[in-house]
Write a protein that binds this ligand. Structure first.
Ligand SMILES: *[C@@H]1O[C@H](CO)[C@@H](O)[C@H](O)[C@H]1NC(C)=O
Ligand SMILES: *[C@@H]1O[C@H](CO)[C@@H](O)[C@H](O)[C@H]1NC(C)=O
Ligand SMILES: *[C@@H]1O[C@H](CO)[C@@H](O)[C@H](O)[C@H]1NC(C)=O
Ligand SMILES: *[C@@H]1O[C@H](CO)[C@@H](O)[C@H](O)[C@H]1NC(C)=O
Length: 361
């Protein structure tokens, strides 16, 4: 036993000396078999943690919430989770000044088909959310997330961080009973986060922003889902400062969407969508609705939507859809320009568009 410990310390020291010029405590550790204690200890002792194709047992999160500042986590190979019905998340990550990334050809495979029953979070099997990220001053990049049972990435309480080059590939969920509520990015209670250069194939929102400030959603590609959404906002939540630029939304139910909840309170303000291309949108190219959750088509004004700019939005909606649908109350200071969304022939009547917006439907 004494020998074993001595050897262990020696190995650590060797690594530490080797990279002494960068960081005296730099230690790289590889986890190639699931063991909760090893994963916990690695977060105390290692500045680089390689998660190498492990199988995570059913009903537990791969828990990376103890990361020390400066840690780099690298996923390599194929990581999978054993099946059970539970809420998840399959992975949780928390840290300040951390970098989370994936090696070439790695896959985080949620094996969603084991859960998919077409009901998502509304019934049937209890499905785990996939990844929950709570980081400050950090970067999450190059992850390949495949077949999320339900929501893919919950971006919760993040500050001053960048999430980029993430692929959410739930294409398989288009078949049979399939994926439902497979939102790619759910953003809550964050300030100053950038989500960019991501590629999403799913069956629900590409982004759903429910609360928080200063979100930048840039140069992302969204296919198969419900569009780039703010909301549904209610319950006193505030969304302030969302900047969406340079995104493509294809084969999706909606393009640009803001939804606020009927009869509730909160606010949505300082929103810009610009340089967006839509293609084959099935229901609504641009939709802003203040009646979400009610079936009456009556918007309420407790969640006012103010200071909204839509600029240079172009593309096509299917014949059976509507190009623009707006049904709001208490909205103010909207400015739409260079909107060229065509093809939808569904007749809708709009309500509540602030004077001077520069759009009608
Ligand atoms: C926002 O976060 C980025 C890092 O992602 C940082 O460089 C920038 O300074 C932050 N902005 C503010 C206003 O704090
Ligand atoms: C409008 O948006 C498209 C797509 O992002 C972009 O290629 C084009 O340059 C933009 N036009 C202007 C005038 O900014
Ligand atoms: C409109 O929003 C304001 C807050 O900006 C709120 O005080 C007011 O009650 C709202 N009006 C309606 C009709 O809901
Ligand atoms: C609007 O888009 C259609 C096709 O999507 C295109 O044919 C047309 O030229 C565009 N109009 C303007 C003013 O850019």
């Amino acid at each position: 036993m004494g020998h074993f410990l001595a050897l262990f310390v020696l190995l650590l020291t060797a690594v530490a000396c080797h990279s002494a010029s960068q960081n005296v405590t730099a230690v790289s550790c590889t986890i190639s078999k699931y063991n909760a204690d090893h994963i916990k200890n690695a977060q105390k002792e290692c500045s680089e943690i390689i998660i190498d194709g492990i199988i995570v047992p059913y009903g537990v999160s791969l828990d990376l919430t103890g990361l020390q500042p400066g840690t780099k986590v690298i996923f390599q190979g194929t990581t999978v989770w054993q099946y059970t019905e539970w809420e998840g998340p399959l992975i949780k990550i928390k840290g300040t000044n951390v970098e989370i990334t994936g090696a070439d050809n790695h896959v985080l495979d949620g094996r969603g088909a084991l859960w998919w029953d077409g009901l998502g979070g509304n019934g049937g099997k209890v499905k785990p959310k996939f990844l929950r990220v709570t980081v400050t001053n950090s970067v999450v990049r190059n992850l390949y997330i495949k077949n999320a049972p339900k929501n893919a990435v919950s971006v919760n309480g993040c500050i001053d961080s960048v999430i980029e080059y993430i692929t959410v590939d739930d294409k398989d969920g288009d078949k049979n009973k399939g994926g439902h509520n497979t939102d790619a990015f759910n953003v809550n209670s964050c300030n100053n986060i950038t989500i960019q250069h991501c590629t999403v194939y799913n069956q629900d929102d590409c982004m759903a922003m429910n609360s928080g400030q200063n979100t930048y959603f840039l140069n992302n590609y969204c296919s198969g889902g419900h569009g780039i959404s703010i909301g549904s906002v209610g319950g006193g939540s505030e969304v302030k400062g969302v900047f969406v630029d340079g995104c493509q939304i294809v084969d999706s139910d909606n393009g640009i969407r803001i939804k606020t909840k009927y009869g509730e309170t909160g606010s949505v303000s300082d929103i810009t969508y610009q340089n967006i291309v839509l293609k084959n949108i099935h229901k609504y190219g641009i939709i802003m609705q203040g009646d979400y959750g009610s079936k009456e088509g009556v918007p309420t004004g407790g969640v006012p939507i103010s200071h909204v700019t839509l600029k240079n939005i172009s593309g096509t909606v299917d014949k059976g859809g509507a190009n623009i649908y707006i049904l709001v109350e208490n909205a103010s200071d909207w400015h739409f320009s260079d909107i060229n969304v065509t093809g939808g022939e569904k007749k809708v009547s709009c309500k509540g568009i602030p004077a001077g917006t520069g759009v009608s439907c």
